[in-house]
Design a protein around this ligand. Structure first.
Ligand code: PMV
Length: 352
């Protein structure tokens, strides 16, 4: 069988970082979110995924960073594939191969880029022409933040919305997000479990749910106006409120490390000193610093020289998720939408 007859699909999606956070699921179920969120898609953090439906095999198989996965990691992949299979005629099991060009499960949103890339690659392999909104909905049911990674630039996921919606393309605003990796190991608890636990045990969960929509509106207004100070204040507030609900759970969900908190102080002091910098953290200890393109190098150097920072990754606003050519190896396959690719050329060559 030649390549064109194979039920093969490939896609690439970028991670995203929420400027206005979501944390908590809606009472309506179906993995709908309890609060609205707004994200920036990050061009340097990418997942590439291949899905092939095959004749043999009773179970789906998935390989991430070259290692076969099982248990919950595999069942999350199968759940998404089942929904794609239910939409069309493809009923066979699949082999999934996926690579990130950044540390997995360290609060760098690997589930966001991962499920966005998986939904697009699986739809292509199943020969289904789903809209970006339909793909966003499928990705959301696996990981709500993944709904936003189907789109480039600035993206909104409204409270209880089925799919994310693009707000502005990547060139709307000359900003960058500089990621300071303070620990690249696996996190103590995943976001899904952490959210449930927070909702059940933190006295601050309901105040968070009540305050998050107004903070989201401030972030959105700041992005619309390209007002750095407005976004900086609201984004940091969103981050601290979200982490306050986590930390006040019983037992606590404490992702922040000493270096994280020291960086919060340093970034705040730098902004007071006139620099365009603002911090945010997700379900992990790494600090992502929003800055302007004019200050990106200074921000990178400041973070790289900070004690406790292992690695710095500079991200600019990234593109939509995109199909990849199915010719040649996955890691060197060009994107098929003519948007700038890249990232994987710089990835660890041992992945190939
Ligand atoms: O949807 P999940 O399970 O990837 O959770 C994401 C939660 C945060 O990253 C902490 C916030 C957000 O809005 O992305």
């Amino acid at each position: 069988m030649n390549r064109s007859e194979r039920a093969l699909g490939r896609a690439e999606a970028c991670a995203n970082i929420a400027l206005a956070k979501y944390w908590g699921k809606s009472e309506k179920g179906d993995n709908l979110t309890a609060v609205p969120s707004l994200s920036l898609t990050l061009d340097a953090l990418r997942t590439r995924t291949e899905v092939e439906f095959v004749n043999d095999g009773a179970l789906d198989r998935a390989f991430m960073q070259g290692e076969e996965v099982s248990g919950r990691a595999l069942s999350r992949v199968t759940d998404l594939l089942d929904r794609i299979r239910a939409r069309g005629a493809e009923k066979r099991r699949a082999i999934v191969t996926s690579y990130n060009n950044f540390p997995t499960a360290a609060g760098l949103a690997s589930s966001a880029s991962g499920f966005a890339a998986l939904s697009l690659a699986a739809a292509r392999a199943a020969a289904l022409a789903l809209t970006p909104g339909q793909l966003s909905s499928e990705a959301r049911k696996s990981s709500a933040s993944a709904a936003r990674s189907l789109f480039g630039g600035f993206v909104v996921l409204e409270r209880e919305a089925d799919e994310a919606t693009p707000l502005f393309p990547p060139d709307h605003w000359d900003v960058a997000m500089v990621v300071a990796v303070v620990a690249s190991g696996p996190k103590p608890i995943g976001s899904t479990g952490g959210m449930l636990h927070t909702k059940e045990t933190s006295p601050y969960y309901h105040p968070w749910e009540q305050n998050a929509p107004a903070i989201f509106l401030k972030v959105r207004e700041g992005v619309v106006r390209r007002d750095f100070e407005m976004v900086a204040e609201a984004m940091e507030h969103s981050t601290r409120l979200m982490h306050a609900t986590m930390i006040t759970s019983l037992p606590p969900v404490l992702y922040l490390k000493g270096a994280t908190v020291e960086l919060m102080h340093e970034v705040a002091a730098r902004r007071k000193g006139g620099h365009h910098v603002a911090y945010t953290m997700d379900a992990g200890p790494n600090v992502k610093v929003l800055t302007t393109l004019a200050e990106v190098e200074a921000t990178r150097d400041f973070l790289a020289s900070f004690q406790g920072v292992e690695r710095v990754i500079v991200c600019r606003p990234g593109p939509d998720a995109s199909p990849l050519s199915t010719d040649g190896p996955l890691l060197s396959a060009p994107r098929t939408d003519h948007l700038p690719g890249g990232g994987f050329e710089a990835a660890d060559s041992s992945q190939a």
